[in-house]
Structures are given as structure tokens and as C-alpha cells.
Design a protein around this ligand. Structure first.
Ligand SMILES: *Cc1c(COP(=O)(O)O)cnc(C)c1O
Length: 478
């Protein structure tokens, strides 16, 4: 219906736009300010509740305030509190608020950044972010490039497709990939999505510190060559999810490059520790990678949906993803300007660069570095405090900010349930050498020493050990 009266609800006026944001903002601020006192997880009965929400396509509107109330009072609380300080589970993603503001701006102006011609300055701004990441890792400035993805999984996929195109013929099914048996499962999944049978991914045994065994890697490559396969990619882990183990990246780089194989690094959790001196020592060799995945939504504290792929030779990334259509504008030929659609499976997408660019420009990199330094300090406090509890054994020493422990006498499943029942921290398990162990992962920008004290108190309490007296980690708070 065409009408001259202003009755387009999808085009709010200035007053209405302000009301929408202000009402949401009031609830957002309450929510974020109360994160430390919210339970670390609150999911009892949440799946049953979720089923009650199934409903048909709404034919009529609802009141905005009621929808916000429902969201903030009923839906958001029934979750793992993944943004809160007690979330020491999986890999936390704190979600800095400045990025949320950037997302509001990006979505509201809704510029198109899939092709350079549509918004060259904004595309360049996102390209700068990629360049900064390459600088953090130490990739060569002139040849490297990359793209922001929705996360590490898609970055893994894009990396494997790039390596496949660079190293293998069109008929690539004899190609084999190598990783440790500790690698994140998104690697095998990405290989499968890239067209390889699962059997072509060789999971190499790891050593006592959960690092890929180099002798076993070399043997597997030789065995496959002899058997007529075409080894083409070796993946190292810059921090595994289960135990935080860091492979000997320098040694793996040498093994791969001596045999002209592609060296890929999974840095989804660990790569940003390159911002710290301790991290640089641990991750030595990462700069030799042909491709690296990073997750700003983990160790740069950004909201979920922010991953990155870096490639040593950006031309190879482009060669694997370029395609043409006569309805698209001319793509850039100059090396300085990029069309993101030529570097990834995506064409239209969100302007995710702004959510990285805004906080980095606003603060510079220093507060991010300090956060990671603090996390490296905190895991030491956690490690020493746990090791001092009677019966607890550290199964995986922290290399970055993940450790794993077990109780030598108690049932560790029950112990984990008892720790989590206090809801001040949330921990998750890992299976290590076939054994159930408990993991601590400290990554959130909201996690500080007071929360690690709570962790130690709660573990101590759950084991039945008496609270720490005049000594032990508690005095650290004084
Ligand atoms: C989280 C993670 C991934 C997968 O990344 P997503 O962003 O969850 O897709 C891959 N590798 C490691 C080591 C991870 O921690």
C-alpha cells in the first residue's frame, strides 16, 4: 500500500530510535554491572523452559518493554554466564562493551563491505585490523594478509581450502593432513568440509605434555609418501582446548617446510599471547606459519562472532576464493586494497572489523596486553593454590592460562559437580589419557584475583579440606 501518511513502522523517527536504545541500554547496564554477583551458570530446567517458547510466526506486534523484560528477566539469565568473571569453562569470551557499541554503529549505518568499491574507507579500516593481527604474530608485512571470520572454525576451513588449492591438484583425495590427537575438533571438521575423507586426517600421538610427538609426525609423513599419499599440511596447536598444551611450533615448522608442506597453526585460544613476553617465548615458531587462526572473541575479549585467519602469502588466499560475476563491481587489482569476498566464502556479511577497530583505536593495544599478563599471573595463583590442597594433583601444568587437575582419591565427576554447585565459578572437564579431569581456563577480562580466590575456596570446600588458614593463597588478597 502506498500512502502519504507516515505509517512505516520499520522506519522509526529520531524520538523512537532514542527510546529503543535508551530502554535497552537501561537493562544492559543493569545486566553488565551485576555480572559478578550473577551465578556462574543457571541452566537447571532451562531446556524444558526453552521448549515452552516454541511459537508460530507472530502476526501481531508486542510491547517493546515486555519483550525486553522477557529477554533480560527470563531468557538471558537461564544460561552459562559466559561473560561473567566466574566463567572458567571451555574458552571464555568476555565481550567488551565497546565492541557492542561498534556493532550498533555498524548495523545502524549498514554499509556494504563485501566488495571494496562499495565502501573503500571502511574496507580499509577492517583491512588494517587484519594487518595489526599479522603484526602481533610477526608475519611478513609485505606478503601476508587475511580475513576476519565468524570464528576459528570458519577460519580453519578457509585455511585448509587455501592450502589445498596451493598444494594439491584438483583431484586432491590422496592429500593427507597431520595434527596431534589433542587438536581442536574443528580442524578435522574443516578438513571434512574441505572435501577430505576423515581418514585422511592423521592424528599424531602426543607426548606426556600433550604436545605432538615429532618422531611420530615424521614417521607418519614418510609412511604416507611410501604408500602413495600426498602429505600437504601439518597443523600445530598454539594452545589446545583440553589442557592448553602448545606444540613445538618451531620444530613442526621445520619438519613441514623441509618437506614443502603447508604449516598451519591453530591459535584460536593462544595466538594473542604473542602480545606478552611470556607468550612469545612459549609460542616460538608461530611466525613461521603459512596460515594461522586466531579468535579475537576469546583472547582479545571481543563478543562471539569474531575470528580471524592470517595467511603468510595473501595471494594464495585470494587464489582459492576468487570468483567472478558480471553483476558485481570491478575487483581491486592493486595489492593494497582488498575485496573481502575474494578472500573468504562469504559475500554479504556484517562489518565485523569495526568491533575490533573501535576498542583498539580507543585504547591502543596496552590494556589488552595487560589483561593477558594478568591472566598469566592468575593461572599461577590457581595452580599453586590447587596444588596445595590435599589430594589434588596437577595433570597439565599451565603453559598459557589453562590447567587441568584431578583429585587422587575422590570421584572427579562428583567433585566437579560440587564445585560448580556453588555457582561462583564454572569449570568444565576434559578427558586426558582416558581419564576424567577438571580444567581451569582463565581468559575473561572480567576475571581477577578475587575470583581465583573463590575458585580455590570452592575447590577446597568441595574436597572437604579445611579452609586455608593464615597462609596459602588467601593472604594474596590482603
Ligand atoms: C575455540 C577453538 C576453536 C574453534 O573456534 P570457534 O571460534 O569456536 O569456531 C579452534 N581451536 C581452538 C584451540 C579453540 O579453542
Amino acid at each position: 500500500m502506498i500512502t502519504s501518511r507516515r505509517v512505516y513502522p520499520l522506519e522509526p523517527d529520531g524520538h523512537e530510535m532514542r527510546r529503543l536504545v535508551d530502554e535497552a541500554m537501561r537493562r544492559i547496564v543493569d545486566h553488565i554491572e551485576s555480572l559478578p554477583s550473577q551465578p556462574a551458570q543457571n541452566v537447571e530446567g532451562a531446556t524444558e523452559f526453552a521448549r515452552t517458547l516454541i511459537e508460530p510466526l507472530p502476526q501481531q506486534g508486542s510491547a517493546y518493554g515486555q519483550l525486553l523484560d522477557q529477554l533480560f528477566d527470563e531468557l538471558i539469565p537461564r544460561s552459562f554466564n559466559a561473560a561473567g568473571p566466574g566463567y572458567l569453562a571451555y574458552i571464555p569470551g568476555g565481550g567488551i562493551f565497546h565492541s557492542a557499541v561498534a556493532d550498533l554503529i555498524a548495523d545502524a549505518v549498514n554499509r556494504y563491505i563485501g566488495v571494496c568499491a562499495a565502501a573503500p574507507a571502511l574496507v580499509q579500516l577492517e583491512a588494517n585490523v587484519v594487518r595489526w593481527f599479522a603484526e602481533i604474530i610477526g608475519l611478513p608485512r609485505t606478503t601476508s594478509g587475511g580475513v576476519l571470520t565468524s570464528g576459528g572454525s570458519l577460519a580453519n576451513f578457509t585455511a585448509i581450502v587455501t592450502a589445498r588449492r596451493a598444494k594439491l591438484p584438483e583431484d586432491f583425495l590422496r592429500g593427507t593432513l597431520y595434527c596431534s590427537d589433542q587438536i581442536h575438533h574443528s580442524f578435522q571438521k574443516a578438513a571434512s568440509l574441505a572435501g577430505f575423507p576423515y581418514a585422511n586426517v592423521r592424528e599424531i600421538a602426543s607426548d606426556a605434555k600433550f604436545r605432538m610427538r615429532l618422531d611420530a609426525l615424521e614417521e607418519a609423513i614418510e609412511r604416507d609418501r611410501t604408500a602413495g599419499f600426498t602429505p600437504f599440511l601439518v597443523a600445530g596447536s598454539a594452545g589446545t582446548t583440553s589442557t592448553g598444551a602448545v606444540d613445538d611450533l618451531a620444530a613442526i615448522a621445520k619438519i613441514a617446510h623441509d618437506r614443502e608442506l603447508w604449516f598451519h597453526v591453530d591459535g584460536a585460544y593462544g595466538a594473542f599471547f604473542m602480545l606478552t613476553e611470556r607468550g612469545r617465548a612459549t609460542l616460538r615458531g608461530i611466525e613461521e606459519a603459512d596460515s594461522i587462526i586466531l579468535d579475537p572473541h576469546k583472547t582479545l575479549f571481543l563478543p562471539f562472532g569474531t575470528g580471524a585467519l592470517l595467511v603468510r602469502d595473501a595471494r594464495l588466499l585470494r587464489a582459492a576464493h576468487t570468483s567472478h560475476a558480471d553483476y558485481l563491481p570491478e575487483m581491486q587489482e592493486a595489492d593494497e586494497l582488498v575485496d573481502f569476498c575474494e578472500l573468504s566464502p562469504e559475500l554479504s556479511r556484517d562489518f565485523r572489523g569495526l568491533r575490533v577497530w573501535l576498542p583498539l583505536k580507543l585504547f591502543g593495544i596496552e590494556p589488552f596486553r595487560q589483561q593477558l599478563e594478568e591472566k598469566l599471573d592468575l593461572i599461577k595463583v590457581a595452580r599453586d593454590g590447587l596444588a596445595a590442597i590435599d589430594g589434588i594433583e596437577i595433570v597439565a601444568e599451565p603453559e598459557l592460562t589453562i590447567l587441568a587437575f584431578r583429585h587422587t582419591r575422590l570421584d572427579n565427576r562428583e567433585l566437579l559437580a560440587r564445585i560448580n554447585a556453588r555457582k561462583r565459578v564454572m569449570l568444565t572437564p576434559a578427558i586426558v589419557n582416558g581419564e576424567f579431569v577438571i580444567r581451569v581456563c582463565i581468559v575473561s577480562h572480567r576475571t581477577h584475583l578475587d575470583r581465583i580466590e573463590m575458585l580455590l575456596e570452592d575447590v577446597r570446600g568441595a574436597t572437604g579440606a579445611p579452609p586455608a588458614g593464615g597462609h596459602g593463597p588467601q593472604r594474596l588478597l590482603a
